[in-house]
Write a protein that binds this ligand. Sequence first.
Ligand SMILES: Cc1cc2nc3c(=O)[nH]c(=O)nc-3n(C[C@H](O)[C@H](O)[C@H](O)COP(=O)(O)O)c2cc1C
Length: 322
Amino acid sequence: MPDTTEAVTTDIRSAVRAVWEAAWDRGEVDRLDELMTADFVRESAASGARWDLAAHKREILQIRAAFPDLSTTVEQLIIDGDDFAIFWSSTGTFAHDLGEVPATGTRVQTRGSNQGRLHDGRIAFERVTWDQSELLADLGVPSLRAALEPEPEASVVDDLSGAQREALKGFNRQFVTGVTVVTTTDAEGRPRGLAANSYASVSLDPPLVLVCVQKTSSTYPALFHSRHLGINILSTEQGDTLATFASREPDKFAHVDWRKGPQGSPLLDGSSASIEAEIKERFQARTHTVFIARVIHAEVTDRTPIVYKAGQFFDGSSLTEL
Ligand SMILES: Cc1cc2nc3c(=O)[nH]c(=O)nc-3n(C[C@H](O)[C@H](O)[C@H](O)COP(=O)(O)O)c2cc1C
């Protein structure tokens, strides 16, 4: 008499490999119906989030749309009675945007393991431990959920009381900054830009800078999808340029002289100083995105910078030293 337990185990082994490859490498997600029970549940070991089979299929298709050449290897498969563990790795080219995250065109590798329980020879439950670090370092997002799902609405608990809100506005008015024009190019190669005072130097080694941009800005989509940006510190000679870039005029660059940085970001003539940087991170902060970028090019002149405080602009050459 054949050992039926062994036969079932052998069936599951070949089914896992065949179905896994069909779903992840060819997008034939309905093949999962052969392997999973109808009430299948998938759970993230990291967040505890749960998906049903339909949501799991959608997730696979979303990931495959971003990584069309995805290739997955089941490295090890352990079955012990109704318990199982699958160890896998995947490689693919990040060719198309994933949620809001722009494609990088680079090849990435990620690996993980699924542990769970079988019911009548099918996977009824699996808990996924996925080391996303290599993949996410390339995507420039803190989590895959952030890439695939929109931010939740602001909650009431996050809001400041009226008096505290006014105090925060006052706090911001006390902070003295320069004014920059942040630039990039859109998908058609057209220059785009906006005035921003949210520039900050993050570190010199590595040479990182940041800027915060409102998602409603007309420049935002181009900036989010770009791999590079320019930051120009406006000089006292650029009052008109400031007015142009603080507006929503459709062709702001028609009014200024500019040239391309090494990666193609517009650098404005007459600025006090300009840098070009590669965008490395795009942190979601509800209404704004914090762009962190690595500087690849810097230019400095002796033109005096504009100084900005509490909604007013000042001449940076007439500051009184303490
Ligand atoms: C001094 C100053 C600083 C600004 N700083 C920022 C900023 O840091 N981030 C931002 O998103 N908008 C900032 N703005 C507002 C944008 O420049 C403004 O909304 C502009 O119209 C956006 O243009 P766009 O919609 O064509 O991109 C600033 C405006 C001024 C005048």
